[in-house]
Design a protein around this ligand. Structure first.
Ligand code: DQA
Length: 141
């Protein structure tokens, strides 16, 4: 089983930006996720881009059995990513390191949510692990 994890705009700065996103870098999180997925018999492709169009291109290419997406600020206004997600036929989990529902008003709205199967937010890097665990447990059935 292949899981695609998409990180959007500014997520490459994880660990080096606001404290709300923690101190672990994206590379460190990804290294842990890689091991975790292998222990569950899954393979992860990591994709990060600050460009909306590149994220859309990657989603359109397909080639994965489950998707985890943290689109960063694009979450709140990218109808282009929302439309691309609509056409993804695998399970799709939206994740956020921070609890977007408890933050500024503009972050409390996700335009991607209606095109995802679920959302996990506010648990730091654990959100990625929980999403992978969910996908491994459901998509294989
Ligand atoms: C984020 C929340 C977004 O509002 C923000 O723009 C980010 C990160 C999160 O993981 O908590 O860049 O998606």
């Amino acid at each position: 089983m292949k899981i695609l994890i998409v990180n959007g705009v500014n997520l490459n700065m994880t660990g080096k930006r606001e404290a709300v996103y923690g101190t672990e870098t994206l590379e460190e999180i990804n290294a842990r996720l890689d091991k975790f997925a292998k222990s569950r018999g899954a393979q992860i492709e990591f994709f990060q881009s600050n460009s909306e169009g590149e994220i859309v291109d990657r989603l359109q290419r397909g080639g994965f059995d489950g998707l985890v997406i943290n689109a960063g600020a694009y979450t709140h206004y990218s109808y282009a990513i929302a439309d691309a997600l609509y056409s993804v036929k695998t399970k799709k989990i939206e994740v956020h390191l921070s609890n977007i529902l408890a933050r500024e008003e503009f972050r409390q709205k996700s335009v991607l949510a209606r095109n995802c199967d679920g959302c996990i937010a506010g648990l730091g890097a654990d959100v990625y692990f929980l999403a992978v665990e969910y996908l491994v447990g459901t998509v294989n059935k």
